[in-house]
Design a protein. Structure first.
Lengths: 401, 401, 401
């Protein structure tokens, strides 16, 4: 039996992961290939590249992907690797281009990725065989997702099941008001484990805990919070739906997703310092209310939708020991900065919270590195993290089977 | 035969170590487990944590140990790793606490390391099973030693044999007047090899060589220096004892130690710039004299005791290629800085000497890394280094047997 | 079959190298031993150490070589490693010394590398057995080359075949007017591949392309450039010789070399901003002309000789992922800086060109690291790079056979 199989077999259900999951280089290789190079990952919004030839670069581990809007207005994604001797083609991280010209020997490609110019190319070599490598790209309600695999999973079920909430929050009519990258000296799983539970919110996030209900079923106060949420949701036409809260891979050919709603505390209309709105209403929402929606689109992209803005969270590794959290704040595309929203106020809550989490996660990693670290039991308040661990072990098991 | 066994077999007695001892990662793994995680290491003095709840953190490789004085005034040591999900518990490097509370999910432990609070812990899990991991700690004449092993060697023989010198120098009534950490880009063994011989003192340490006799048996001047030492020692009631100068592991269940005395040059009463005292007398010593005592307590902790201060040296790796030297200057606990001693004067000699050694050791490592490096012969003036190498090879041999 | 043999077998002739050649650590080990520690490498000019006892240090990977002029005026090379415990002996990078004294324990060697002083050395050890390790060194027309192997290849054929051009350019009567080290975050082969072709010159080096003809046989303009070169060469007594342009290892016991000449564009008399001379004439050249000579001495040392200066290029790795380019500008030894030449003007062309290449090569490495990188076809304008790849694969094949 392989070492990894033995490790998986020895896992104690509902307890944290063994140190080896964070350190074994073979496991990181599997994670890279099976999770990060074979999942749909949120990378931005189509409004970032509105004009023909607009592009930006998305980086993941050693890969750079060119996201570019073609002359036909279609958005495509290509690996930023010249087919001649492999040079990077785009050196700027965004801009507008007529064609993709490699700075090394001036090989040039059109915006569909086809090689057009290559001086002195031997006669027996066909230009068609030297197109740029395509990268999977899908636009879902204006949101851009890439998948580096040659055979990416389908997003059909995700799109179908989440059609109503996507429409409700008007994803297509958003724009990115702010984007911040938080590097974290820890394995990516510790960051996702942290994001998935709010057991740590009371001790660690006073700012968040003021506004967001943390009650779980059975806890005193749970029923009251639930009632308030329901009445709030109904008031603005929201149904209390939950979609695949278990985040199971029900169909192996389909990307995974989950969706649920919950309530804010009384007096809080959005995720902000004082609970007051920080931007104009989005989508079909007609009045500020205390509902709040959680999306989990693919394994490492998360969205939290308020009435006036949506915050997107993406966790990716930069190495086995380091990861990063990209946070995107999206508002109504018609909102004007300075007039309709103040960037400081908009970003305040999730900026302080992410900084606090960064420190927590780094200190978690340090302890996990100890010779005395032993996985401990998850509590009832860490259900989503348990769910994530279950999903993760399934993926690892599938990879080695 | 294993590669390491072949290496040990090919070692030429009384010649330096082969390059592989400094580079083979398997050897470093053995050193970490068998030497650094299974030896008593000096980490400070109990006077640093005089009050209930006083603590400080000791770091060794990736490990952090919390040294804390309990409500019963007893000092204990715990691994700084929460039993829930492994986070560091103490984030400050020293302070005073009532209990040990993890900043992540607020699990709290009392100062005996027992889990007291853990909200939402599943009912079937017993708190007693989730105490902090204890670390071996012993207080010897006020000096704190830790041992990270679950079955540390006994210190009984060491304590028994060194009772007289510990009492003479009044270890219990000292305090740490200064502590400095010197990082060295070299394998830890090169640092210990350097510390153990004074063959390099004449070319490299003019400051030290002025005051400390370097003669060895047979050398011109040896007998005269010896006589002066004897008369000096007798004058202040010191016996010329030597304890286990060979640093043999006579009893495998006992930690190793060695002790000896030697003389300073005429006109020098202590290790200082001009030979004049730099602090009040310590222990039972009644007048300034030219005696000087060497202690070797465990494999990497060394002490040099003068009449007015004791300097402690501890060598530990931070990786296979890097190590650090922690130097502690200890004076009579009643001495007041500024009044009874001047920190600059007190630390001058061993600060300049350690800086000089740092450079020497780094340049030694650079040459040892060369493809042309070949171990050379130890001279008669490198006896203690030979002894150290012998001890080291025994430890390595035991580890792989 | 070994993994490397499989890799070599799968190489597609005249296409770029697979990613593995830049990343497999076993391949780097072979390259280090078979190419860098067993080839003649240009390291400077004898005029740098004109007086007895003058020395400088040459560094290559972890090795340091002392290049020193003895009391007999002969230049010798030694590994900078003491035979006692391996310390570096020379800590300065250049200077003048009477003997080589190790700073650690003061062992001293004469300038022939023989151990002279070693206090307390055991009687049974003979000093003769502890001489410094010699390094291969040859002076060719004043130029210094080292070879770290114990059995270096002969330079006899190289010296014989290149006698005429060495004399023509007066290599012996040069001095180094400037030396600059350019670190490049890329595998060394990408740097040499870049240096070897001028397909990238038009898009990347406008400065160079203004002055240097880039035409290849068959291209429009080639014949005319060729004619101009010929008439220019004849005008100043140069023959249009080509020596071993294929850079084949014809005799396995002889170091490799190549030599050829080409023309500058009309109006350009040397490699400078405006084509005007930047230093006095060198060697036997009697008037400024548009000829230009390329030398390839050993695998990684290149020289470009104009009428008034010679630029030397040496590529060496600092690790598998990093390399450096050392550029030397050599002028007539009698030329005085400030009077006969201006350092800025002299170095301008190859400084801007090397900086541009540095960026190109780094971006090439980034793309080569991609999971989607595939070797592409070399064009007809990359002949010398093809030649280099062929030579490199032969060397690798020989190493594993």
């Amino acid at each position: 039996m392989s070492q990894i199989q033995t490790l998986i077999n020895s896992h104690k259900e509902d307890w944290a992961l063994d140190q080896e999951y964070y350190k074994n280089p073979e496991i990181f290789t599997i994670e890279r290939e099976r999770i990060f190079f074979d999942s749909w990952i949120f990378i931005g919004h189509e409004s970032q590249i509105n004009k023909k030839g607009d592009f930006f670069i998305y980086e993941l581990l050693n890969e750079e992907i060119i996201i570019v809007r073609g002359k036909d207005m279609k958005i495509r994604a290509f690996f930023n690797v010249c087919r001649h001797r492999g040079s990077r083609i785009c050196l700027e991280d965004k801009g507008n281009i007529k064609r993709l010209t490699c700075p090394y020997h001036a090989w040039s490609y059109n915006l569909e990725g086809n090689l057009q110019g290559a001086k002195s190319l031997p006669k027996d070599i066909e230009k068609q065989s030297l197109s740029l490598h395509k990268c999977g790209l899908e636009v879902i309600g204006g949101m851009l997702f890439v998948n580096l695999s040659d055979n990416p999973e389908s997003l059909d079920n995700l799109k179908r099941d989440l059609e109503e909430p996507f429409a409700l929050f008007g994803f297509e009519n958003l724009k990115i008001a702010a984007h911040k990258n938080y590097p974290i000296e820890a394995n990516w799983k510790l960051a996702v484990e942290n994001y998935q539970e709010c057991y740590h919110c009371a001790p660690s996030h006073p700012e968040y805990s003021l506004s967001h209900t943390l009650k779980i079923e059975g806890e005193p106060g749970f029923n009251k919070a639930q009632e308030r949420m329901m009445s709030n949701l109904e008031a603005c036409g929201l149904k209390d739906i939950e979609i695949n809260k278990d985040f199971n891979r029900k169909d192996p050919d389909q990307e995974q997703y989950a969706y649920s709603r919950y309530a804010l505390f009384e007096g809080y209309l959005t995720g902000s310092k004082n609970g007051k709105p920080v931007a104009p209403l989005i989508g079909k929402i007609s009045e500020y209310n205390q509902g709040c929606s959680d999306f989990n689109l693919g394994p490492v992209s998360f969205f939290l939708a308020y009435c006036d803005y949506i915050v997107g969270y993406v966790f990716t590794p930069t190495s086995q020991e380091n990861c990063q959290c990209d946070v995107y704040w999206m508002v109504n595309e018609e909102a004007e900065e300075g007039k309709d929203y103040d960037k400081e106020k908009l970003t305040w809550l999730w900026d302080v919270t992410t900084y606090a989490d960064e420190e927590i996660i780094i200190n978690n990693q340090k302890g996990v590195n100890s010779i005395k670290y032993q996985p401990g039991p998850y509590t009832d308040k860490e259900r989503s993290t348990r769910r994530f661990i279950k999903w993760y072990l399934d993926e690892l098991q599938n990879a080695i089977s």
